[in-house]
Design a binder for this molecule. Sequence first.
Ligand SMILES: *Cc1c(COP(=O)(O)O)cnc(C)c1O
Length: 211
Amino acid sequence: MNLSNYLKLKNKIPSNVNILAVSKGFKSQEIKTIQNIGQNDFGESKFQEAYEKQLILKDLQQINWHFIGRIQSNKIRKIVQNFKYIHSVDSFEKLHKISNISCEEKKNPLIMLQVKFSNDPNKGGFNPELLILKWREIQELKNISISGLMTINPKGISSKENLELFKKCRSLADSLQLPDCSMGMSGDWQEAIEAGSTWLRLGSLIFGERA
Ligand SMILES: *Cc1c(COP(=O)(O)O)cnc(C)c1O
């Protein structure tokens, strides 16, 4: 990791756009180094890997942990106990379960619902029309705070296509009056900013290539 790259990147990003440093595949020491210069939001996609780092870093209380990976039902309790944000809620069923467990655990996680705007078979997510149909029911769920939508674009599409898909996410979030859009990764963060992202999920751009 190169701290001056991180600082340069930070200067290019508007102040209303948050950086989520995606630390999956990187060690707790690397998290510590970048946390030391003011990066407090970290994203992880596998519970066990994340939890090991959380234990090592438990004294760094300013860190906000974000879960961004595929959610297995049998891990929901642990995710609710250990993460402030959950970006990757991709079905009503899981959202409902998160709500029930959050009630039991007296937690109130911030949620971004993952939405799928393309036909990428490798990606999960709510279908936008179904999300709209379920919206009233979703809003009645207790002990969750839905702050926005999250999306992952398919690999290998053009810059223009990236921008179009991100704009769909932004406009759906606006129509549901949700402030946040978690969108944009190391390869498409500029388009995401242009479309109105509020959370860029950046891994390799900050930490370097994963082994
Ligand atoms: C790994 C990952 C990222 C970061 O990917 P980079 O290309 O390294 O920036 C962002 N979002 C999700 C959901 C990821 O799994």
